[in-house]
Write a protein that binds this ligand. Structure first.
Ligand code: NAD
Length: 491
């Protein structure tokens, strides 16, 4: 099967007619072909989006929302089939792929409702016979650049609020996961999005992503991906004074206190560290444990980790699917070596599996390091694989300090039965997401999502926070006094 770009309401071949193959990460089998677009394709998409903006911005919000309701219904009808395609292309186990699609469904219904809300403020004026209010204005063409690890959810976090606010979209999905992007845009088309409002251009980050962030007719960029790319996107867009939202990497920790419910904590750790094979931006890769229970937690984790089943995500018995590609396996291997050299103790894992049935996929054994100190690179850098590092601490303040001692600030969690400790943690953990007695993953779409410090640039996705990124506030003053009234001067 051959995927196509979607430009100005037409499914189009790339101008230069070049394609590349996408492979199943669990088996190495070729799946489908995807365009290798060039900046010419991208320019056409931006032109279509720019032209469509003049009419889309005037479509009433509730009507824009109605289309998103239909999108939500179509996603719901096709949930199982979309999840299976995601698993084939990206590797995560089916249950998690269904969760990824469900997030898109939730976002469609939530943002559809914003078509009727999009509330501003009405407020008194300091002068008599004067009325004051705020309204939201769309901005223009939104460039959407997404990673491969949430092939449905992340594009919907960006595209749906952009559209409901009245912007038009040029979408450049991750090179590794084009299929779900293609299906999502087909659904948007089917639901009735007018030609030019949503455009899809496949291609590499260095060619199509680069052309999108540089394009003078694209005033806002919503980017999720690695810190390295995000920094570059910030530099380019900063020079042009574009509006840019960056959601970047994580080095998230779970804290386990001596008084924690250990069964619950171990369940939360396994799910957060090895779900999606550790390839979530919110994955737990550091485990900060109070000294009294450190050995028990280690032993129980080791036992559970060694029982995890690796395999294709399509197989119901699989707990841990493959990594996305060969480079990801190499990166994880490199960090295993670094961890050993730094003096961490490898409790289990640390290698590719030697099962011949898994030889053609990008698998890596779930790994546990103990004896890890916060200075080590494995405790500081994002590995983005199934590797968990255990750090021992004496007290809650020490645990919080360890949590905050990384450049990232996405998610953190604490397991404790002590309500005072929980509230102290809520006050002092310096991350954008905090979980009490749950792992580091599991965000819901009506709350703001995003990280502090090195994880981003202060914007948030999801909830009403997303509307702020995709719209411009306009303050409106209506003076019905019939005379000149000077603010701050006249009584
Ligand atoms: P990546 O930075 O390699 O790629 C992300 C996107 O940027 C892709 O679409 C890619 O093609 C594009 N890109 C690459 N070079 C570009 C350039 N020069 N100009 C413009 N676009 C360019 O990241 P990835 O490997 O796809 O994703 C994994 C990373 O994403 C991890 O660091 C993970 O933590 C992060 N992530 C963050 C969040 C979050 O919400 N904070 C969510 C998911 C993933």
């Amino acid at each position: 099967m051959r995927l196509l770009n979607f430009i100005d309401g037409q499914w189009s071949e790339p101008v230069k007619g070049q394609y590349r193959n996408i492979y199943d990460p669990a088996t190495g089998e070729p799946l489908w072909e995807v365009p290798r677009s060039t900046p010419e394709d991208l320019n056409q998409a931006v032109e279509a989006a720019r032209a469509a903006f003049s009419s889309w911005r005037l479509v009433p919000g509730p009507k824009r929302g109605e289309i998103l309701f239909r999108v939500g219904q179509l996603l719901l009808e096709r949930k199982a089939e979309l999840a299976a395609k995601m698993t084939q292309e990206m590797g995560k186990v089916l249950l998690e792929a269904e969760g990824d699609v469900q997030e898109g469904i939730d976002m469609a219904f939530y943002m559809a409702g914003e078509g009727r809300r999009s509330f501003g403020q009405t407020t008194p004026s300091e002068l008599p016979n004067k009325f004051a209010m705020t309204v939201r204005d769309p901005i223009g063409v939104a460039g959407i650049i997404t990673p491969w690890n949430f092939p449905m959810a992340i594009p919907t976090w960006k595209i749906f609020p952009a559209l409901v606010m009245g912007n038009t979209v040029v979408f450049k999905p991750a090179s590794e996961t084009p299929r779900l992007a293609y299906e999502l845009v087909r659904i948007l088309e089917q639901a009735g999005m007018p030609a030019g409002t949503v455009n899809l251009v496949f291609g590499s980050g260095t060619e199509i992503g680069e052309a999108l962030i540089h394009h003078p007719d694209v005033p806002l960029i919503s980017f999720t991906g690695s810190n390295e790319t995000g920094r570059h996107v910030a530099e380019v867009t900063g020079r042009e004074l574009k509006r840019v939202s960056l959601e970047l990497g994580g080095k998230n920790a779970i804290i386990v206190m001596d008084d924690a419910d250990l069964d619950l904590a171990v369940d939360g750790i396994i799910w957060s560290a090895f779900g999606t094979t550790g390839q979530r931006c919110t994955a737990c890769s550091r485990l900060i444990v109070q000294e009294g229970i450190y050995d028990v937690v280690r032993d129980r984790l080791k036992e559970r980790i060694e029982k995890l089943t690796l395999g294709s995500g399509l197989n119901e018995k699989t707990d841990v699917g493959p990594l996305i590609n060969k480079q990801a396996v190499e990166k994880v291997k490199k960090y295993i070596q670094i961890g050993k050299e730094e003096g961490a103790y490898l409790e289990t894992g640390g290698d590719v599996p030697h099962d011949p049935g898994l030889a053609s996929g990008h698998f890596f054994l779930p790994t546990l390091f103990t004896n890890v100190s916060m200075k080590m690179r494995i405790a500081q850098e994002e590995i983005f694989g199934p590797v968990l590092s255990m750090i021992k601490v004496k007290s809650l303040p020490e645990a919080i300090e360890a949590n905050n001692q990384v450049t990232y600030g996405l998610s953190s969690s604490i397991f404790t039965r002590n309500v005072n400790a929980a509230f102290e943690a809520i006050r002092d953990l310096a991350t954008g997401l905090i979980y009490i007695n749950a792992g580091t993953i599991g965000a819901e779409i009506h709350l703001p999502f995003g990280g502090t410090r090195g994880t981003g640039n202060g914007h948030r996705e999801s909830g009403t926070a997303a509307l702020d990124f995709f719209s411009e506030w306009k303050a409106v003053y209506v003076d019905y006094s019939g005379r000149l009234q000077r603010a701050q001067i006249d009584d």
